[in-house]
Design a protein around this ligand. Sequence first.
Ligand code: SF4
Length: 386
Amino acid sequence: MDIDYAVSLRPMSGIYIHIPFCKKACHYCDFHFSTSLKYADEMVESICKEIKMKKDRISGQVGSIYFGGGTPSILSQAALQKIFDTINHTFSVDTGAEITIETNPDDLTSQKLRELKQLPVNRFSVGVQSFYNEDLIWMNRAHNADEAENCIKRSQDAGFENLTLDLIYGYPLLTDAKWLSNINKAIELAVPHISAYALTVEPKTALAHAIKNKQQIPVSDSQSAAQFVILMEKLLTSGFDHYEISNFAKPDGYAVHNTNYWKGVNYVGIGPSAHGFDGQNRYMNPANNALYMETIESNKLPEVIELLNLNDRFNEYIMTSLRTMWGTDLQKINDEFGKDFLEQTKHNILGLKDKDWLIYDGDKVKLSEQGKLFADHIASELFIVE
Ligand code: SF4
């Protein structure tokens, strides 16, 4: 299925808020977080202050708010309420705005769900990762398999239907049979959205350290690719649209915030390590809680501006658009980047090693099923380097 983005997903501005706290450090994770909640109250104060300092960044309505991290569900109801109050006093939030909070299964107790019900949150992103205890222990997750399953049912019983699950594939313990079982479990739980990521070994993580010390054997690209194929086949035959390389949704379950990000819609980033985009340039806050809070305390914004030239913007457009089911729009390249970029893109497409990686749909170029296995490589081949 294809949808008309202009009609179905409104490109209003978004807000991303990074909550930099987690209970435990997952062995593969290189996101910015602290396992100490000692300065959580001060952090919330700084986040609220940064929201107010960025009042002029959004002139129209806010169409999506996304609490990421870290583990935002670790914050108390009062802390989250304080952030929402600040957002509402600072910006005009659309009544139909998608408001997502990343949660971990061990946080989603009945009490927590009652608290979240008091807040304007209407979508959970649940970090399930696997329904197998041995996998969760290997990852050093804070939850177990029962919690992974029960928290979804509990959330649905509490009236939270708009859920997305995160799953991971391509790690040493995961056989193809276990992977299929994890996918089937997610389907059985009747969630409208599933995100699935191939495990990547990031530098400076416990996993990278273990591989370096020969305590772990990295998974081969071919095993990971085979599990990606299993994922695509199973979810496509179960009524999900593969609308971005790592994201699958039922027709009414597309993520507004993420889709806007892929479509280049502007969003304001708040909190340590958060990124923002104003339609032209990127803004990045430092991945350092103390530095972030000190700078905000001195009434300055801690962000660094990454000025994107035309080439940078073109390459970003290629990278994000090609990964989506809407594809890369050659007419848009002509209109926004110029005839030279269009000609070079056509030339680069002709130079691809495998002619079956891309398919044409009018002016749109999209990844074929085979091409989806090489998305990042194909995008890099289409980049224009100065
Ligand atoms: S809970 Fe999420 S952010 Fe926190 S360490 Fe684990 S993967 Fe990273």
